[in-house]
Design a protein around this ligand. Sequence first.
Ligand code: NAD
Length: 440
Amino acid sequence: MNIGIIGTGYVGLVSGVCLSAIGHTVVCVDNDKEKVKKLRKGIATIYEPGLQELMTKQIKRKKLFFSDSIKEATKRSQVIFIAVGTPSKKNGDADLTYVENVARQIAESMDSYKLIVEKSTVPAETGKRIEHTIKLNLPKQFKARNRSVPFDVASNPEFLREGSAIADFMNPDRVVIGVESKKAEELLKEIYKPLKTKIIVTNITSAEIIKHASNSFLATKISFANALSQICNLVGADVLKVTEGMGYDKRIGASFLNAGIGFGGSCFPKDVDAFIRLSEKSGYDFHLLRAVRQTNEEQKAAFVRLIEDKLWIVKGKTIGVLGLAFKPNTDDMRNAPSVDIINRLQAEGAKIRAHDPQAMEHSKKIFKGVTFCNDAYGVAKGSDCVVVLTEWEEFRQIDFQRLRKAMRQPMIFDGRNLYKNDNLVELGFEYYGIGRGEKS
Ligand SMILES: NC(=O)c1ccc[n+]([C@@H]2O[C@H](COP(=O)([O-])OP(=O)(O)OC[C@H]3O[C@@H](n4cnc5c(N)ncnc54)[C@H](O)[C@@H]3O)[C@@H](O)[C@H]2O)c1
């Protein structure tokens, strides 16, 4: 099938590459001309395991194209996915400016039946707004004819995780499609047929809610584990054992039940906020989610308090930071907990040395006064403590003797419980994890 994808970011690029790999001809559009230039040269604009290789292959097979023209993509495609950003407004609402803008441009370029699919994460009822926008902006010949408009709108939320996006797209737990017509249902089912996965068919509004509810539920699990970590510290229990003991219960499950320094990234914080706002506007106060958000903020603050307490004086001390990206295997720095934590430590007068395997380029634009190092040993050089903020595999493989020798004092704050199985105390470190019975 001929498919257009508007917005070639984390979701758009991965979806475009994968849809072409399962047999479709895809044109990915972005209004960032520099990005399109790079993509046309065959260079992946984000880091995602396996993406560059698959992209190169699909371009060679002439199944994947890039453009900066929505008009061109609309004319070439029967199905057009909207995958632009839906960031938070100051009040927590999802900002749908980009979605509206794209819907309008698609409408203006329509010359035959099109299926327009929301892939961006959007609040309930956005589908109706897109439909209305398209009707308003259709070319004159369609408006003039007194017949049904030649398009459908559908919702197809994306559940891929950055860091394992290709694998997630190719082997999803399920595909959700929200449709209001048989034709739209058939087209979407045909697109996803090669994946041989469970397809949940519902109406557009329910599909939109499924996405917000899923992300909010996962964020709730993380905040629950983080709240447990605080109680564990207070009563002298070990959150790792507590969550392990809980996680084996199939009704609970171990996944996302991990205590750490709080969730971040481009999705959970904004989607929780948008769901709270949608509920509020619809007449329901989602107290539970407001507590999830608050717990997440408190977790970062508690981690900084722990560091301040153990270092005693932060001013003038050198703090080594391992990991800046909001999670491993990505270069994404959007809403990364590292930003908040480093800013707080700098505000207290700490000097920061940092390394991340993939997110250094983005980080250099975000942080001021940070010394960026080539590896963990460079970070440790002269540091009064090392702080783990992202659980990259590379940091699991550390030579602790070498690390300790490089440090001014051997103290580690493990914000991800990455070294839970390495007895760092025996190796001569003062070691603090999350929720391991340590008061903060
Ligand atoms: N990143 C994830 O892991 C993830 C997972 C599932 C769902 N989502 C959702 O998918 C959506 C996109 O997220 P993302 O992380 O890919 O965002 P992104 O910021 O990486 O990409 C969005 C892209 O859209 C482009 N764009 C904006 N306006 C445009 C226009 N008028 N015409 C053409 N291109 C335009 C931008 O230049 C950018 O490249 C969001 O709603 C997000 O919540 C993201």
